[in-house]
Structures are given as C-alpha cells and as structure tokens.
Design a protein around this ligand. Structure first.
Ligand SMILES: Cc1cc2nc3c(=O)[nH]c(=O)nc-3n(C[C@H](O)[C@H](O)[C@H](O)COP(=O)(O)OP(=O)(O)OC[C@H]3O[C@@H](n4cnc5c(N)ncnc54)[C@H](O)[C@@H]3O)c2cc1C
Length: 378
C-alpha cells in the first residue's frame, strides 16, 4: 500500500452533507480524504433552491441545528468567497384561514428562537415589490433565511477546503468497498481510521441494509429556472404563500391548518396528488429558482411532467407579479426521505457512520448536524 494513502477520516460523497462533515473534521485538525464518484457534484445539493430555511424547522428538533448551520454557512461564505444573501423570507397570504395559521404560529412559538414578525399587506409590499397586492392580507416575515447559489457554493467549498486545510480531494472515484482500515475505490486503496458515508440517494452501493432497515425512500422534485425580461426584477426575500404552510412541520401544530388543508384539497386535488407547494428564490445572477413537487417511491421515472410544472407556475402567478419571463431550465432532483425522523445517523459497523435522510432540508441542516457528528467521533 502506498504510504501516502493514509488519513484519519474518509468521507464518501461531495454533496453538502459530505462537505459539511469535511469542513468540521478539518477544523478539528483531522486529516481527511473526500471521495466523490462524479467529476463534480451533480446530486441533490446542486439541484435545490439554495435556501437555508430555519423557519421550516420545529423548535427543539431541527430549529436549533438549522440556526447553528446558518452561522457556519455565513462564516464559510466569507472565508471561501462564495455568494450568500441573508435575504430573509416571506410567507404571503390571501385567505383568512392562512392568516389565522400565521397568527397561531407566532403565538404558539413566542418563546422559540425564530426571528419572525407578522406584516400587514403594505409592509409586505415594502419588503418585496413583486408580491401580488390583489387580495393580499399580510405575511410572515422571518429574518433568518439565506440563499446561496448551490451550483457555485457546492463546487467552491471542496476546493477551498483543499487550499486552506489540505483536504485530499478525490473526484471521479467511487468507493466500492469499506473494510477498515481499508477503503477501496476504482483506482486507489486508502488506509483510514474512520469513515463517514454521505452517499445521498445511492442506497445500493454501500450498506444497503442500513437504508432498508430504517425504511428510507426517495422523493423526486421538479424544478425550473426562469429569467425576467425586466432587468430590475428583484424579489427581495425568498417567497412562498399559503400552500407552503401545509408542507413544513413548523406549522403542523397550528389548529387552523386543517381548514387551509381542506380548502386547497377542494380547490385542486392535484396539489396534494403531486405534493406541490411553491417557493421562489433568486440567485446572484438574478435568475429565479422555482419549485416544487414531491413524488415518493424507491425508483422514479426519469421523465418530468409538464402538467406538474404548469400547476407550479399557475400557483406562483397567484402571488407574484412575474411580468414577462422565460423558463431557461427544467430539471428534477431526488433526495432520500425518512418518515417521522429528521435524519439517519447510524453506525453499520464500528468506526463507520452513515449520515443521510435530511430530506428537503439538507442545505439547512447539514453544517449543524455535521458539527454534532464530528464532535461525537471518538
Ligand atoms: C429539488 C430540490 C430542492 C431542494 N431545496 C432545498 C433547499 O432549498 N434547502 C434545503 O435545505 N434543502 C433543499 N433540498 C434538500 C437538499 O438538497 C438535500 O437534502 C441535500 O442536498 C442532500 O445532500 P447529500 O450530500 O446527502 O446528497 P447529494 O447532494 O446527492 O450528494 C451525494 C453524493 O455522494 C456521491 N456518492 C454516492 N455514492 C458514492 C460512492 N460509493 N463513492 C463516491 N461517491 C458517492 C454522489 O455522486 C453524490 O455526489 C432540496 C432537494 C431537492 C432535490
């Protein structure tokens, strides 16, 4: 074995989960090697909105991790030199039942570490001039949400970690066997003390039984990118509306949510059928990132549905005055999904930790969760 091929820790996967673990391990002074089978990251971590979204998390569960994660994102963006906009977010509402949910949310969690405020319609429009004023009742402003451009950030972070901390980067190398101390890839064998497996939606290659045991499934989400013909089109904070209230766990305890849920079911059953709620973010190029839908299963069709995209755009146009725009890209992403749990952190054998199942909140939670996992390595 080549003497140089030794490290304290091997990480499998250069998505955001693997990168967050590499960041904390390197900061702790460990020698780390990171394996990614692709030449650059192409998984869920570059297919998302780039939203760091603490407002979706429940206090005592994900919220504190999300807020710690946010602080790490802010540090890292500065250190590594990628774009991060601490834009905050707005949930805008047009129905009394939605306004009731927002009021209940604010009262229920008055002692939680959210940084939220109810806004009147006029105050909403001051924060975001693109919100449709017609029928607008008000909104929930939250100052903790940030946006990164995931394609920029997720591809910059590994190189920054290499330059600054000497991360051993191995793109284009699939890990095909782990039998400690050996980690074997298509072209190299490494000698390491510990391994963290962050393989995203690939459940088959490494420790498939760990995923089976915990009932992990996969969620497919359709997304679009658009540009406005108005060069000055600026959304301000990331935006969403009433449909989003039934998507995030944070609102699940609000009594009026049932009414919202039933009304949307009556209005269009396809919202639930396709798991549609609508979020809008804007990146550093001024591009609009629009989504999404949620379909669950162990294998997904590679084909996207225009019917689903149309429902997303129609709903978006109920709360945003988009003006003239054109769709420039359509794609889908897939993430692993656990039911009833925030994440999967298991040790399928001594000194090997699988970290996965962060669902639709991997950008939001990774740096906070990875900090805990690395602290607990002994
Ligand atoms: C459309 C969409 C929108 C989303 N929006 C948001 C959002 O705005 N905010 C948010 O917080 N979360 C969001 N999420 C969720 C978030 O993107 C995911 O939770 C997160 O990206 C998962 O990261 P990961 O590192 O586990 O997976 P991935 O990014 O898929 O990375 C896993 C990597 O492991 C590599 N790999 C697998 N097996 C091996 C092997 N044996 N050897 C070497 N390499 C291997 C793969 O090639 C891949 O690059 C969204 C997800 C999607 C799909």
């Amino acid at each position: 074995m080549n003497k140089e091929n030794t490290a304290d820790l091997a990480i499998v996967g250069a998505g955001i989960v693997g990168l967050a673990h590499a960041y904390h391990a390197l900061k702790k002074g460990l020698k780390v090697v990171l394996f990614e089978r692709e030449q650059f990251a192409v998984g869920a971590s570059v297919r998302n909105f780039g939203m760091i979204w603490p407002i979706g998390q429940v206090p005592g569960q994900g919220l504190e991790i999300a807020l710690r994660s946010r602080a790490h994102w802010m540090d890292l963006a500065k250190e590594a030199g990628f774009w991060l906009n601490p834009s905050g977010s707005l949930h805008v509402v047009y129905h009394q039942d939605e306004w009731d949910v927002l009021n209940e949310f604010v009262n229920l969690y008055s002692n939680a570490p959210y940084q939220v405020q109810l806004l009147t319609a006029d105050e909403v429009l001051k924060k975001s001039p693109v919100v449709n004023p017609k029928g607008l009742i008000g909104g929930l402003w939250s100052s903790t949400e940030c946006v990164v451009n995931p394609r920029e950030a997720v591809r910059r972070i590994p190189h920054y970690l290499q330059e600054k901390f000497g991360l051993e980067l191995r793109f284009g190398q699939q890990v095909k066997e782990i039998s400690l101390p050996k980690v074997v890839t298509s072209t190299e064998t490494w000698n390491v003390d510990k391994v963290i497996v962050c393989s995203g939606a690939d459940f088959q290659t490494l420790y498939p039984e760990a995923f089976e045991l915990h009932g992990v499934t996969k969620c497919k989400l359709q997304m679009m990118k658009a540009i406005s013909f108005n060069k000055n089109f600026t959304i301000g904070p990331s935006l969403c509306a009433g449909l989003t209230l039934r998507h995030y766990q944070a609102f699940a305890s609000c009594p009026s949510l049932k009414k919202v849920d039933e009304r949307y079911d009556r209005e269009l059953k396809e919202f639930k059928m396709h798991g549609i709620h609508v979020l809008l973010s804007q990146n550093n190029e001024g591009e609009l990132i629009i989504g999404d839908s949620h379909h669950y299963g162990s294998t997904h069709e590679p084909f996207d549905s225009e019917v689903v995209n149309k429902i997303i755009l129609n709903y978006l146009e109920t709360f945003i005055n988009l003006g003239d725009y054109k769709i420039t890209e359509r794609w889908h992403g897939i993430y692993p999904k656990l039911s009833g749990k925030l994440n999967l952190v298991v040790e399928p054998e001594p000194n090997v930790t699988v970290v996965n199942g962060l669902g639709g909140a991997g950008m939001t939670l990774s740096f906070g969760l990875a900090e805990e996992v690395i602290q607990n390595l002994h």
